[in-house]
Design a protein around this ligand. Structure first.
Ligand SMILES: Cc1cc2nc3c(=O)[nH]c(=O)nc-3n(C[C@H](O)[C@H](O)[C@H](O)COP(=O)(O)O)c2cc1C
Length: 152
């Protein structure tokens, strides 16, 4: 009985610690991030065009900040063969969430060496950020990074 209540106490302490970190870690990251003029923000795409889970609490706080004067470059990886309709759409989620912050997005490029360009990462004929497909086209990754970086 005593052992059980001790285990429960340990479990509760760990739980509270995790909840504390989950809430305050994004807060501190955003605080540090404000020192920089150029932000490179990346997420792989999960679900059906979704952000990585660990992004949500962070972007919820970041989208309420004033990012005027900051440049934001987006990057991420996906799988264009299995998910052509939502290829690298996590970038478009970040783009839409941060559109109201006053930041300037940089690094858009014409996707010349991609077979799949129908997802939301492609706007007005350009990819809004670096879309990597290491699952099917890892041989193109280095050139794609160079093209992206040359844009900003
Ligand atoms: C359940 C599941 C859903 C996925 N959904 C998408 C998607 O909607 N769009 C996409 O481009 N890639 C999608 N992917 C592919 C991943 O983004 C890809 O495998 C990526 O390289 C994972 O990178 P990471 O392991 O570094 O997070 C999905 C993968 C899984 C397993």
């Amino acid at each position: 009985m005593h052992q059980k209540s001790s285990d429960l106490r340990k479990h509760l302490i760990i739980r509270i610690y995790i909840d504390f970190l989950r809430f305050y870690f994004p807060f501190f990251c955003i605080h540090w991030l404000m020192d920089y003029d150029l932000l490179l923000l990346g997420s792989s795409t999960w679900g059906a065009g979704d952000l990585q889970d660990d992004w949500y609490s962070f972007v919820d706080q970041l989208k309420n900040k004033d990012l005027t004067g900051k440049r934001v470059a987006l990057f991420g990886c996906g799988d264009s063969a299995s998910y052509p309709d939502t290829f690298c759409d996590a970038l478009s989620v970040l783009y839409d969430d941060l559109a109201g912050t006053g930041c300037a997005f940089v690094g858009a490029y014409v996707p010349e060496d991609y077979d799949v360009t129908d997802s939301a990462v492609c706007r007005d004929g350009k990819f809004i950020g670096l879309a990597i497909d290491d699952v099917n086209e890892s041989d193109k990754t280095e050139d794609r990074i160079d093209t992206w970086i040359a844009n900003f």
